[in-house]
Design a binder for this molecule. Structure first.
Ligand SMILES: C[S@@+](CC[C@H](N)C(=O)[O-])C[C@H]1O[C@@H](n2cnc3c(N)ncnc32)[C@H](O)[C@@H]1O
Length: 249
């Protein structure tokens, strides 16, 4: 998979996708061997800036790279001066060599071709720089509302295969051979979220956003009714794991 933009779902994405847990950034700082305070970071596939803002919140100076001018315009409207948006592609970064302490990909590495994006990340990092890529994974495979939703999503969109959620996309970093030290870390956490927000979250996933109406609305309604039955209070409490791959040059 190489390069797609989330411009058409930017508002829903920014309003409803979850943040990342604090221990994720602790693990990144541990791999870096220094705090994020004043670190120079390239956050690639930055989208509307959910990860960029978390990194800047820890004091990093962030260049936020994304191919989508629409998501970057939302990012710009919500950012401090510590975040500088740049239109660009992770497969050919518009950034100077040997510049960054850290290159991050928050839920975006799988949109690149590791044969290009791994050497590009290594190129823009300085000698002891770190690449960190991660994904939020919902771990609720046995729940009936989830199984019904996945089955309906696969039948509505022939290009969607839920088994792809099990692919460990970060494993390709090791085989690319650009990094001397590569580790995987898993951070479990619990998300407490309004059912309506969760439905908006799923409306921003590419396999849902790509559906024609009325299939898209029907799929989201099936999700909403399944969630309403499972969580009558209107608040869902869900187990997540954030899977992080860190690699040092
Ligand atoms: C799931 S969003 C993640 C956004 C953000 N990192 C976050 O934490 O919310 C994936 C992002 O990857 C971007 N993207 C797609 N192809 C890309 C590529 N080849 N290089 C860099 N970013 C890409 C999309 O435009 C989108 O904003």
């Amino acid at each position: 998979m190489t390069r797609t933009t989330f411009d058409h779902v930017a508002a829903a994405y920014d309003a409803a996708r979850p943040d990342y847990p604090g221990p994720l950034f602790d693990a990144i700082e541990s791999a870096l061997g220094q705090p994020l305070l004043r670190a120079e970071v390239a956050d690639v596939g930055a989208g509307t800036g959910i990860a960029s803002r978390a990194l800047a919140g820890r004091g990093a100076q962030v260049v936020a790279v994304d191919p989508g001018p629409g998501v970057l315009s939302l990012l710009r409207s919500r950012s401090t001066s510590r975040i500088r948006p740049v239109v660009g592609d992770g497969n050919a970064l518009p950034l100077r060599s040997g510049t960054f302490d850290l290159v991050t990909y928050a839920q975006s590495w799988h949109w690149t071709d590791p044969a290009s994006s791994a050497p590009e990340a290594a190129r823009v990092l300085h000698d002891r720089g770190v690449l960190a890529v991660w994904w939020n994974l919902l771990k609720t495979d046995d729940a009936p509302w989830w199984r019904a939703y996945v089955a309906a999503a696969e039948s509505a969109n022939s290009g969607y295969d839920h088994n792809e959620a099990d692919i460990d996309w970060g494993a390709g970093i090791d085989t690319a051979g650009c990094f001397a030290w590569v580790r995987r870390v898993e951070v479990p956490w619990t998300r407490t979220v309004d059912v309506d927000v969760l439905v908006t979250d799923y409306s921003s996933h590419s396999y849902v956003a790509g559906l024609e109406e009325p299939a898209r609305a029907e799929l989201l309604e099936l999700l909403r009714s399944g969630l309403a039955a499972a969580f009558p209070s209107g608040v869902a409490v869900l187990p997540y794991v954030t899977r992080l791959w860190v690699a040092r040059r």
